[in-house]
Structures are given as C-alpha cells and as structure tokens.
Write a protein that binds this ligand. Structure first.
Ligand code: PRP
Length: 180
C-alpha cells in the first residue's frame, strides 16, 4: 500500500496496474467468446469507467447497455433490498451477456441482477468485476472475471464513490478516515 493519493487517500491500486489488469481481463473475454458477439451491461454508476476501458480492449463485436439499481439501508442494519431504477434499453435474449460491476461487496446487488437477467434468456450470462471483497459476502455469488481481490477497506476512485465524490480518481484508493 502506498501513500500519495489525492486528499490524503492511500493508493491501493495504481492506474497502471488497473490498465494492465483490465487488458488481461479483456483478453480472457476475447478468448472465451472467440468468433462471437458480447453484450456488456454496466451497473450504474460505478461501473462506467471499468466498462469504458474494458470494452475498448475487447477484440470482438461488442455492444453495451446500462442498468441502474438502488439498495436500501446499505451499511449498518441493511435490509438488503434491491430495487430497479433504470432498466435495459434492449432485449438480451440469445446474447452473450457480461454484467460489468466495479465492486462485489455483500453480493446482494449481483444476486438480484442475475435473477432478473436470467429470466430474460440470454445465451450466456457472466460477471466481470474490477474489485472483489469476498470477506463481505452474504450471498453465494462470484465473479467470472475479477480484476483484483481486495481487503475489507472502503475504496474510492475509478468509478467508486464516497457520497458521489472521488469517482474520477485514476487510482483505486483507500478512503482517508475523517479527522478526529
Ligand atoms: C455499489 C457497486 C455495486 C454494489 C455492490 O453500487 O457498484 O453495484 O454497490 O454492493 P453489494 O455487493 O453489497 O450489493 P452503489 O449502490 O454504491 O451505487 P453506485 O455504483 O452508483 O456508486
């Protein structure tokens, strides 16, 4: 872990390491779906940076769409209820769908999304997540393409926010604890 992030955050994963890993994940996807089309679905808002970089490194016919969900009571006393805010623009029936997430945390969001997307009969349904925090999982879900497995720290940057701030940081950083 290195210091030097903006606002005193500690850099956990540098932009160069992210770029390298995103390329490797895209390469893996291109290999797995060789000769086919893939349809990337980004989960707003956090996944938009990862999706944009990933899509440009995939060497296949690629289309994109976005979906938005809200979860109630995130954090303490979480009810874990997830609700759809914005649905997909188009049908995914018969497509090779890759759900793109910035982070897998408790897994509740992913469980909900996999459930509704499966009902729409995609040809295949996989999950790409830049970050995975398996220590926080309360549901039995996992990513098929995971960028980095990280410890239980609150991270911001490269799409991840704290109260809508810091999404545009180029590095993934550990949020600086507030001053006492
Ligand atoms: C984050 C993240 C995932 C979800 C993961 O989204 O992008 O969608 O939480 O958490 P879970 O595994 O505990 O369900 P958030 O609700 O913070 O929205 P955002 O992407 O707009 O920041």
């Amino acid at each position: 872990m290195r210091a030097g992030g903006p606002d005193g955050h500690k850099v956990l994963i540098r932009r160069a390491a992210i770029q390298k890993r995103v390329k490797a994940v895209a390469h893996e996807i291109s290999h797995d779906f060789k000769g086919e089309r893939v349809h990337l679905i980004g989960v707003l808002k956090g996944a938009c940076f990862f999706l944009a970089d990933l899509a440009r490194e995939i060497n296949l016919e690629t289309s994109i769409d976005f979906i938005s969900v809200a979860s109630y009571g995130k954090g303490k006393d979480s009810s874990g209820q997830v609700r759809l805010l914005k649905d997909l623009d188009t049908s995914i029936a018969g497509l090779n769908v890759i759900l793109v997430e910035d982070i897998l945390d408790t897994g509740r969001t992913l469980l909900y999304l996999l459930r509704i997307l499966r009902q729409r009969k995609p040809k295949t349904l996989r999950v790409a997540a830049l970050l995975d925090k398996p220590s926080r999982r309360v549901t039995p879900v996992k990513g098929d393409y995971v960028g980095f497995t990280i410890p239980n720290e609150f991270v911001v940057g490269y799409g991840l926010d704290y109260g809508e701030r810091y999404r545009n940081l180029k590095d993934v950083c550990i949020l600086r604890p507030p001053a006492q």
